[in-house]
Write a protein that binds this ligand. Structure first.
Ligand code: GLN
Length: 255
């Protein structure tokens, strides 16, 4: 019998950054992998712990309040080199809201305090007095959607999630967005862009949890992690009727 495939997932700062059930994204990945007999080892890494290089196939970094972000930013600077190295070697990453902001160049809070990011995404965030809250519907960047379709045939071209942030993110020229906003605010409520992409690393404002109701994106991330692990991606299709029902129901709430 072929040896069981095993993915190693790093959950960054789970004690400080876990807004609106972001952890559900990890449960979704574990569930979808289990159904394919893929083992997922989850390691939680927080402040003061060493982030080893070349160990993780997938990273998850959720959202958190400004105060938590400040604590995390100082520590993340020490982990930056290792994290960037892993991403440059093809590991996958999903970051949401506060986590996404800390992977940019900087986040300047409403009070004018600059929290330094690690610059994985060529982008920055400015705190504002506007709270951008509600369901967020995104048309996936066509380049990403083409890749998703090879992993998940008959997929939908949209992502649905729930945003709640006051930071406004601006992408530098040349930085690919994850998609464009069909309903909601996205990166900043102005340029209709949402999220950012760097190699197999993704940032977005989609809480929710995101992955349980966006199975195509969940499988895409798993595929990226498998590719990193073994170069071999073979994901048997699952029955996602309930997941797509959740996807559609959430979309209806945007109108
Ligand atoms: N400080 C951020 C903002 O409000 C992060 C919020 C979050 O992660 N939900 O913009």
């Amino acid at each position: 019998m072929a040896p069981r495939m095993k993915l190693t997932l790093c959950h960054l700062y789970p004690d400080l950054m876990d807004t609106y059930g972001d952890k559900g994204n990890i449960l979704s990945i574990i569930y979808r992998c289990q159904k394919r007999s893929i083992e997922v080892k989850v390691e939680q890494i927080t402040v003061g712990q060493n982030l080893k290089s070349n160990v993780y196939d997938l990273f998850f970094f959720g959202g958190g309040q400004d105060k938590a972000q400040e604590i995390v930013a100082t520590d993340l600077a020490q982990k930056a080199q290792s994290l960037k190295e892993s991403i440059d070697k093809g590991a996958a990453l999903l970051s949401i809201c506060g986590g996404y902001q800390l992977l940019q160049k900087y986040f300047k809070t409403q009070e004018g305090k600059q929290i330094e990011g690690i610059g994985l995404f060529d982008a920055y965030t400015l705190g504002s007095t506007e709270r951008m809250i509600g369901n967020l519907l995104v048309q996936i960047n066509p380049k990403i959607q083409t890749e998703i379709s090879t992993v998940y045939p008959n997929s939908q071209p949209q992502l649905i999630g729930f945003e709640n942030h006051s930071g406004k993110t601006f992408l530098s020229e040349g930085t690919e967005p994850l998609g464009t906003v069909l309903a909601g605010f996205g990166n900043n409520g102005q340029d209709k862009l949402e999220g950012a992409v760097y190699k197999n690393a993704f940032g977005c404002y989609l809480h929710g949890s995101l992955l349980p109701k966006n199975p195509h994106f969940a499988d895409y991330l798993i595929a990226k992690a498998l590719e990193h692990k073994s170069g071999n991606v073979d994901l048997a299709p699952l029955n996602d009727d309930i997941e797509w029902q959740a996807h559609k129901t959430a979309i209806q709430r945007t109108h």
